[in-house]
Design a protein around this ligand. Structure first.
Ligand code: NDP
Length: 327
């Protein structure tokens, strides 16, 4: 067994937290040879519920669970952490304007960014799941001036996995035969699920499906999948979101498969005409704990328009939170 690493999870007593913690503790995220110490953050009223989760975690007697810290103090939660999964966020309530939502989340992700800046390991890997995830990641990043900006990422992996699942169903093949799907941009309904470079059993995906299906069925289905699950289940997706968070961190930490890539929302650097300043979904490969944007992909007019539309939305969101950035 390796030396334990510290993994922070915020919103740990919530729905996603409940689907996430047991899998991290069981070694699904970092491997069966990597013990973890869980740092669980909750708001004060949720601490009793969190204690119940801690009891259950202990009762699983996982070989890879090396300790648990449960707290409502962000400075304790992020002390010396190697990984941070920021799940807890303020959900949009009835009648809540986007501006109010961004403000409420600024009050959460600003202090969390500062606490990561002050207490986390210098190479901490941060994944924001709580919505609006890309912009919440940007707020945290902008409050952590001493950390590498590339420590901060947001989750588009659930959208990536949803794209795999839709394409697998349509072609009658298993998801494991599909490569090189991309989710560009924001984890919102403007995201652009791109199949132009994807293959199924080595054949171009777009040669196997009708273009009308791609444009009018596949893209909106992936974009609207969250709403469809709420309608069917009466509650939002939690297990699939948790599973995607594990996939995102595992790829980042342990690497991507040869000949394939994954989608991660990361700081834009000008690649594919997306100017620096937002956290944007890109195709990336990962190796030795570092991610690299896949370069040189051909982008046609169809893709360009959609990539620019989701970029525009992210810049509007950024405009609404810039006053929350550390000076
Ligand atoms: P969930 O665990 O279901 O969701 C948490 C966040 O993840 C929400 O912002 C949700 O966004 C987001 N999310 C991202 N992708 C998905 C997806 N595919 N499906 C569903 N959600 C997704 O929420 P709960 O209310 O059950 O739990 C939240 C917990 O966070 C509570 O226990 C609360 O006390 C805690 N919290 C902790 C904070 C902290 O640690 N400082 C701060 C704020 C809250 P969306 O709303 O758009 O569904």
């Amino acid at each position: 067994m390796k030396a334990p690493v510290r993994v922070a999870v915020t919103g740990a007593a919530g729905q996603i937290g409940y689907a996430l913690l047991f899998r991290i503790a069981a070694g699904d995220m970092l491997g069966k040879d990597q013990p973890v110490i869980l740092h669980l953050l909750e708001i004060t009223p949720a601490l009793p519920a969190l204690q119940g989760v801690v009891m259950e975690l202990n009762d699983c007697a996982f070989p890879t669970l090396a300790g648990i810290v449960a707290t409502d103090d962000v400075n304790v939660a992020f002390k010396d952490v190697d990984y941070a999964l920021l799940v807890g966020a303020r959900p949009r309530g009835p009648g809540m304007e986007r501006k109010d939502l961004l403000e409420a989340n600024g009050a959460i992700f600003g202090p969390q960014g500062k606490a990561l800046n002050d207490h986390a390991k210098r190479d901490v890997k941060v994944l924001v799941v709580g919505n609006p995830a890309n912009t919440n990641a940007l707020i945290a990043q902008q409050n952590a001036p001493d950390l590498d900006p590339r420590c901060f990422t947001a989750m588009v992996r659930l959208d990536h996995n949803r794209a795999l699942s839709q394409l697998a169903e349509k072609t009658g093949k298993h998801t494991t035969t599909i490569r090189k799907v991309t989710i560009w941009g924001n984890h919102s309904s403007t995201q652009y699920p791109d199949l132009h470079h994807a293959t199924v059993e080595g054949k171009p995906a777009l040669s196997l499906v009708d273009p009308a299906w791609y444009e009018s069925d596949f893209i909106p289905t992936v974009q609207q999948r969250g709403a469809a699950i709420i309608k069917a289940r009466g509650a939002s997706s939690a297990a699939s979101a948790a599973s995607a968070a594990i996939d995102h961190m595992r790829s980042w930490a342990l690497g991507t498969d040869e000949g394939d890539w994954v989608s991660m929302a990361i700081p834009s650097d000008g690649s594919y005409g997306i100017a620096p300043g937002v956290i944007y979904g890109y195709p990336v490969t990962c190796k030795d704990g570092k991610y690299t944007i896949v370069q040189g992909l051909e982008i046609n007019d169809f893709s360009r328009a959609r990539m620019d539309a989701t970029d525009k939305e992210l810049r509007e969101e950024r405009g609404g939170v810039e006053h929350l950035f550390a000076k």
